[in-house]
Design a protein around this ligand. Structure first.
Ligand code: NAP
Length: 278
């Protein structure tokens, strides 16, 4: 029996244990995958205890992705570029870090949803761990221009600087959203919905070809997706597909098997439609 876990704060809402259980059943892998709630100051100790008890790997969600990177002795190039780790693998007594968020999002948008990201002008709302995780992959997928806007402006500046493409990536103030023109792609990578706070986005950000994406799902995505529909966006997508695809990428890193994501996605989508989970 192999042992995996998701570390976050909070984590009770997470669908990841169910997703990995479905993948494991498909692939015939004997594993357990549990959710471990660890406050920021307890994360390092909780991860260390998990390793001591035979933990083979872990996913990391908010707010621990930057802290996870610092605990790794080896980090993939894409995680290093993101400055954030969401997948940990125990190898020879040390943690190896990777980041599957960006690959998961791009696979969902271009594969499942059949959107072409090339030459799109994109707005990234948020500059936390998820935003950092997806930005490099969006650029690699051919985004023409990426504008990063964050409630705390310094974090948007830091993310734009870290991406290191001054001609293609810019940071702007939240108060300037009305003056930025419209975008082909708008990604909500904030956790504002968790505190029931509205984003107060101007409709002028969108036009009839805009693809709007919320990395959240269930209740957390309701407000942004409703805004996108009111703004007449061409399509409005929540984060369920990305969640399943980034999990598949982690599963492959750990077990060397690429799970089939479509049946798992269909199950979760159906449950969300019927209000069985959030
Ligand atoms: P994080 O590191 O804690 O960052 C949170 C971000 O949200 C920060 O940029 C923060 O701005 C911003 N924010 C929080 N409250 C806000 C408000 N009221 N107004 C405007 N901005 C606000 O969290 P994260 O890991 O990036 O996660 C962000 C979201 O993505 C979460 O909802 C998470 O569930 C989702 N996510 C989904 C997937 C998936 O697979 N679907 C994967 C990863 C993450 P400040 O810097 O100003 O605090």
């Amino acid at each position: 029996m192999q042992h995996y876990a998701l570390f976050g704060h909070p984590v009770a809402h997470s669908l990841s244990p169910r997703i990995h259980a479905m993948f494991a059943k498909q692939a015939g892998v004997a594993m357990e995958y549990t959710a471990i709630d660890a406050a920021p100051d307890a994360f390092a100790d909780a991860l260390s205890a998990f390793a001591s008890n035979g933990g083979n790997g872990a996913n990391v969600t908010l707010p621990h992705k930057a802290a996870a990177l610092a605990l790794c002795s080896d980090v993939s190039a894409r995680a290093r570029r993101c400055g954030a780790v969401n997948t940990l693998t125990r190898i020879d007594g040390d943690w190896r870090g990777d980041n599957t968020d960006g690959a998961g999002l791009v696979r969902d948008l271009t594969g499942r949803e059949q959107h072409d990201l090339r030459e799109r002008r994109a707005l990234l709302l948020g500059a936390g761990g998820a935003a950092a995780g997806i930005a490099p992959a969006l650029l690699d997928a051919g985004i023409r221009e990426l504008v990063v806007v964050n409630r705390t402006p310094g974090r948007a500046d830091a993310l734009a600087d870290a991406l290191g493409m001054p001609g293609r990536v810019h940071s702007r103030y939240w108060n300037d959203l009305r003056n930025l023109g419209n975008f082909d792609l708008i990604v909500n990578a904030t956790s504002a919905a968790r505190s029931r706070e509205g984003l107060n986005l101007p409709f002028a950000l969108a036009y009839r070809n805009t693809l709007a994406v919320d990395l959240g799902y269930g209740e957390a995505a309701i407000d942004f997706l409703a805004w996108a529909r009111s703004a007449h966006c061409a399509d409005a997508i929540d984060g369920v597909g990305m969640l399943v695809e980034q999990a598949a990428e982690s599963f492959e890193i750990w077990h060397g098997v690429r799970p089939q994501t479509e049946p798992v996605y269909a199950t979760l989508r159906s449950e969300l439609l019927h209000g069985a989970t959030d």
